[in-house]
Write a protein that binds this ligand. Structure first.
Ligand code: ZN
Length: 146
């Protein structure tokens, strides 16, 4: 009969089914007559199942996330995102221009420069908004056509 220490060294291989048939049978025989080693084996098995289980859960969550992302009406949310972004930038640019032009301690040059930057941003986003509107209208016409 093998000693507990020898068996403990082989328990990992025993769980992974990496032992030779002879060694595996020796472990089996020892475990049947040794509650202490049986307990260690049970704990190792629980730990492994917990690790395997947590990996399974992570995998599942990844799949679920992918599904959730795919299920989102991405076109609609992207459209809403654009509107919010443009509205926000327009508000900020407008406020910036207003603050700059009414502030007393800002030089006229800085006001002109800041105003130009603000207007540039404004025009940029108006043109982007226009393109979005045109593409939306084109989409609508496509829908009617089909
Ligand atoms: Zn033992």
């Amino acid at each position: 009969m093998k000693s507990c220490e020898e068996i403990n060294d082989q328990l990992s291989g025993y769980l992974d089914e990496e032992l030779t048939q002879g060694d595996s049978q020796k472990v089996d025989v020892h475990l049947r007559g040794c509650p202490a080693c049986q307990k260690i084996l049970d704990e190792m098995r629980l730990l492994r199942n917990a690790v395997a289980g947590s990996q399974k859960v992570e995998k599942l969550q990844d799949d679920q996330w992918e599904k959730i992302v795919n299920d989102l009406p991405s076109k609609a949310s992207a459209g809403t995102g654009w509107v919010l972004l443009i509205a926000g930038v327009l508000t900020l640019a407008g406020l910036g221009i207003w603050e700059f032009t009414v502030a007393d301690d800002v030089s006229t040059g800085a006001k002109l420069g800041g105003g130009a930057v603000g207007f540039g941003l404004l025009l940029l986003f108006v043109s982007v908004l226009r393109q979005r509107l045109i593409s939306w209208r084109t989409d609508k016409y496509k829908d009617i056509k089909y």
